[in-house]
Design a protein around this ligand. Structure first.
Ligand code: SAM
Length: 292
């Protein structure tokens, strides 16, 4: 096993030798605690059978640990200043491919097809926090062929993914994660484990993407449209949100009738609905649209 990139002294040495400056706007907080890196790889159950997609390898601290356990690692890094550094730090590993790209513009399906014969991959990352939600929503809503997603995120965001109706953090991300996945909080990580230190605590969470949905809905697009409407104006009642933003072509009275048919009070708010309630609402609106 090669020397770890992730020790504080080695990380500092690599950064100084290359005249690298951390870019806040790229969410660059590098991990400098080897135990945490091992724990992330353990949480993702990485084995030689796996093809891993890593988002944002930085100087390669997590990439190294993943490459020692996985069959293959594809790491997508936006910052071109890090590419020559990664070539040095990870040069001895033949099972790593580094792509200098923005993950939000990367053809992830092509990576899965070309690097893993279209079999599901695992996503493992210490995510750039400024784009946590778009990255996760892209993977889930587009139903990329992903088996598990093990990611470091802000602790508050990890809590949001597991939040339940009426919790302060409950929102569209909670519904999407709970609709597509089983989520497991792996560990809380303190700011002292990063260089530079972030202002808030972080957490590693694993999302097991389900091959079959927990609930069946008549129209998945409608389901997520309702979720976005319901949380779009949190202070308004569900009825007002649906009427103002839903574009269903129903009058307010008709929407009220749909809520009554579900035995809900007209003053109910979106944040009170579980994923099962959103599914019932979806089917009720869909049936009304079809005149059933
Ligand atoms: N994996 C490294 C570690 O754990 O030390 C670095 C993690 S750091 C939190 C996030 C990394 O994501 C940085 O290297 C940053 O440059 C990269 N990044 C930021 N935005 C990105 C994007 N849109 N696409 C790909 N990488 C991105």
């Amino acid at each position: 096993m090669a020397d770890r990139i992730s020790t504080p002294s080695r990380t500092r040495e690599i950064i100084e030798a290359n005249g690298f400056y951390f870019k806040k706007n790229f969410g660059q907080n590098f991990l400098i605690d080897s135990n945490i890196l091992d724990n992330i790889a353990d949480s993702a159950c990485v084995s030689k059978e796996d093809c891993i997609l890593e988002i944002g390898p930085g100087i390669g601290s997590l990439t190294q640990v993943l490459a020692e356990r996985a069959g293959q690692v594809v790491a997508v890094e936006i910052d071109s200043n890090l590419i020559p550094i990664l070539k040095q730090t990870l040069g001895e590993y033949e099972n790593i491919e580094i792509l200098n790209q923005d993950i939000l513009k990367t053809d992830i399906d092509a990576i899965i097809r070309e690097k893993n014969g279209n079999r599901p991959i695992k996503v493992v990352a210490n995510l750039p926090y400024y784009i946590t939600t778009p990255i996760l929503m892209d993977l889930l809503e587009n139903e990329r062929k992903v088996d598990t997603i093990t990611v470091m995120v802000q602790k508050e965001v990890a809590e949001r993914m597991q939040a339940q109706p009426k919790d302060k953090e409950y929102g569209a991300l909670s519904v999407a994660v709970q609709y597509y996945c089983d989520a497991h909080m792996d560990m809380i990580v303190q700011p002292s484990c990063f260089m530079p230190r972030p202002k808030v605590a972080s957490a590693v969470i694993t999302l097991k993407v389900l091959s079959e949905r927990k609930i069946a809905v008549k129209d998945e697009k409608l389901f997520f449209h309702l979720v976005k409407c319901a949380f779009g104006q949190r202070r308004k009642t569900l009825l007002n949100c649906l009427f103002n933003q839903g574009n269903f072509g129903f009058s307010k009275e008709e929407l009220g009738e749909i809520l009554h048919s579900l035995e809900w009070d007209e003053r109910i708010r979106g944040e009170a609905l579980s994923i099962y309630d959103f599914a019932r609402l979806t089917d009720a609106i869909w049936e009304r649209q079809q005149n059933i």
